[in-house]
Design a protein around this ligand. Sequence first.
Ligand code: FE2
Length: 254
Amino acid sequence: MQRVSRRRLMNMVAAGGAGVALTTLAKTVTTKAENAEMTAEEQAATVIPAARAFSGQHVPKPLPFDPAKLKGLSEKLLKSHWENNYGGAVKALNAVEQRLAAMLPDKDLPPYIYGDVKREELARTGSVVLHEHYFGNLGGDGKASGKALDLIRQWFGSYEQWEAEFKKTANALGGGSGWTILSYNLYTGEVHNYWAWDHMHNAPMGYPLLVLDMYEHAYHMDYGAAAARYVDAFMQNVNWDEVNRRAEGMRVRT
Ligand SMILES: [Fe+2]
């Protein structure tokens, strides 16, 4: 097992070392290996195990549909969104985790510096999870059915009333950023359309059933500032089979 001195580690972190190098460091850091007086046993005892939480090995999920076949959402838009915004979030999350791994053994690191990277960990995780749900619930015929429809009727009275509230929530985010999320709340046992200003903003314990990306990058290429037309197009392409899989997979509170 390779060992890296604390001094060398800090120099690499300060220089913004490559992600691969940081991953290696996380697995091999020792804080006293340069001390020539340490015995082999003492040196072995100082080796810090790798933190799996910071492995930084996330891989983008491919689009689960043919982007040339959606109604009202162009192939160019969908590919750009998937590659640049979602793909960028995956890369950033890996970089953030690798940087956290490198910071882990640094006892002198100011908490406010660490906090900045922890904020990025939360934001990038939210972006990856929500984008994967968003692309995952596209590619269908837009016709609600099954357990999801049952839940919608149970909590909103009718599909039409739910859709109107979902669209109203989404349009309230038009021209800005955020997400609209039909969620089953694992704590309250209720179903709501939650408004989310950014990747980190969601109701605690909200389990996402249907996710709509309201960042401008999700529609500006096709619709300019006409966010409401994008929301209409989204509804025509919802894959309710996937929404139903999510609804069937959650643990419903009784
Ligand atoms: Fe997005």
